[in-house]
Design a protein around this ligand. Structure first.
Ligand SMILES: CC(C)(COP(=O)(O)OP(=O)(O)OC[C@H]1O[C@@H](n2cnc3c(N)ncnc32)[C@H](O)[C@@H]1OP(=O)(O)O)[C@@H](O)C(=O)NCCC(=O)NCCS
Length: 175
């Protein structure tokens, strides 16, 4: 199993995670995002020459107020840079073996590089309600909803401050 950036000719036409929206994205759109429009990058797990898991990240910014009370006190009073985990999915045949966790760990490494090169305070994700406990298990915590409303209907906005994981994650493997 290799974890690396998506390449244009990666075989992904058979990817199937149980959610057609996530299947469509890796099959049809992730390449356009990365190679044509440059609006995001997808990290893939490749086994037997096929993509079996992926995480798509895009740079973004949020108001410190949207993070936690603690972050609000620590951070400047203007939008701060973050890395958004826009998509995460693992092929059904590979679920439950720690691959989702490995992909998130890789995303944290991307965020740490971004922090060094450009600045980055946290990884954020709009987690489907049914997946919130997956992210909680990885150390994410709920963000403060702006004006009491979630940014994405039906999703829980969550974040993981990089200052918390910097030391631990730097010791992990890159692919
Ligand atoms: C959600 C998903 C990415 C998890 O990937 P995975 O490789 O099966 O997860 P892992 O094996 O790395 O699991 C890591 C931990 O999360 C837990 N977990 C896995 N799926 C979970 C879920 N759907 N809800 C809550 N916890 C979950 C595991 O039990 C494990 O906990 P443990 O370490 O205490 O045993 C995968 O199930 C998937 O692709 N689902 C369909 C697409 C989707 O819903 N994407 C997420 C959108 S927010």
């Amino acid at each position: 199993m290799r974890i690396r950036r998506l390449q244009p000719d990666d075989e992904r036409s058979g990817f199937s995670c149980g959610d057609p929206d996530f299947d469509d994205f890796i099959r049809k759109y992730a390449g356009q995002y990365q190679f044509r429009h440059h609006v995001g990058v997808t990290i893939v797990a490749v086994d037997d020459e096929r993509v079996v898991g992926y995480a798509t990240v895009v740079p973004g910014s949020v108001d410190g107020d949207e993070l936690s009370e603690l972050e609000r006190r620590r951070l400047p009073k203007h939008p701060v840079p973050v890395l958004r985990l826009a998509r995460l999915a693992v092929d059904s045949r590979y679920q439950g073996r720690g691959l989702g966790r490995r992909l998130v760990r890789e995303v944290l490494l991307v965020a740490l590089r971004m922090r060094t090169d450009l600045g980055c305070t946290a990884v954020i994700v709009d987690a489907l309600k049914s997946r919130a406990s997956f992210y909680e298990g990885l150390g994410f915590e709920p963000m403060v909803p702006l004006q009491g409303r979630p940014r994405v209907a039906g999703a829980t906005a969550m974040f993981l401050p990089l200052r918390r994981i910097a030391g631990a994650a730097q010791g992990t493997e890159t692919g």
